[in-house]
Design a protein around this ligand. Structure first.
Ligand code: NAD
Length: 263
């Protein structure tokens, strides 16, 4: 049997020289993740709808001494995805890490008697199809480079059962299972995992949070606070880094140990 040589401790989270694309990286969970990956040495591409916010994020990321690039990209548009990947490869030569984080939908407002199939289709386009397509575009570069890690942002809603959530929650549940299957397609060179946040303080959450809802959420949460974007970024860093190099196809829920729902 060949001798197993564990990595030195400082190599476990070392992403020096790696190239990471973070969709929705201009704000919230994506931005916190981009900053953590930059701290670990990765060069960062922020692919986001909001170019101005992406450029601000790039300024913060560069303070970690890495290279960073802002690309305006609507993940719902195939031309944007193809153009973004071409731009990244032209600028950095490859892609090693893909954080499929941009997503969302009508969660909490999805009353089946009030919404249309187009609303549900949009949930799946935003949370499932765009990320799948980006995997397809990025994996060849990852395989060629010899290091590849993909992380999706899924959600606790993918396992919770709540009213008015069927499209958003169903699409996030699809992400968990898709990731588990894609691990077989992309291995051994490329690992793929998902992080499922509980209620995390970002603009997206603040738009639906009330004091009353927060109190109810905390009643079911052993770690008595809501999540911060950086709590989620820690799990993203784990999956992106060599420390998790025998981990693929998994979903890790980061939720203060509890369940936070809007109902
Ligand atoms: N905040 C939470 O409580 C929570 C919980 C579970 C899952 N999530 C998931 O986390 C991810 C990030 O959410 P967040 O809370 O950080 O949101 P956020 O609103 O703070 O940031 C989202 C970022 O994504 C960008 N974006 C939105 N649509 C896009 C598109 N079509 N193309 C490119 N960029 C786009 C926005 O411009 C923004 O910069 C989402 O997938 C969301 O479903 C969030």
């Amino acid at each position: 049997m060949p001798e197993f040589k564990p990595k030195a401790f400082n190599e476990l989270f070392d992403l020096s020289g790696k190239v990471a694309v973070v969709t929705g990286g201009a704000n919230g969970i994506g931005k916190a993740t981009a900053l953590r990956l930059a701290q670990a040495g990765a060069n960062i591409v922020i692919a986001d709808l909001k170019l101005e916010d992406a450029e601000t994020a790039v300024k913060d990321i560069k303070k970690h001494g890495v290279q960073a690039l802002a690309v305006e990209c609507n993940i719902l548009k195939d031309d944007d995805l193809v153009g973004m990947v071409e731009k990244v490869v032209a600028e950095f030569g490859t892609i090693n890490i893909l954080i499929n984080n941009a997503g969302g939908g009508g969660g909490g407002r999805e009353n089946p008697s009030k919404i249309s199939v187009d609303d549900i289709r949009r949930d799946f386009e935003l949370n499932v199809f765009s990320g799948w397509r980006l995997c397809q575009l990025c994996v060849p570069y990852m395989k060629e480079s010899g290091y590849g890690s993909i992380v999706f942002t899924t959600s606790m809603s993918s396992i919770n059962k709540s009213p008015n959530m069927s499209g958003y929650a169903g699409s996030k549940a699809a992400v968990n299972h898709m990731v588990a299957n894609l691990a077989h397609d992309f291995g051994p060179e490329v690992r793929i995992n998902a992080v499922g946040p509980g209620a995390t303080r970002t603009a997206a959450l603040e738009s639906v949070l009330t004091l009353e809802i927060e109190e109810k959420m905390l009643a079911h949460t052993p770690i008595k606070r809501l999540g911060e974007a950086d709590d989620i970024a820690g799990a993203m860093l784990y999956f992106a880094s060599p420390v998790s190099n025998w981990v693929s196809g998994q979903t890790l829920f980061v939720n203060g140990g509890g369940v936070q729902t809007l109902d």
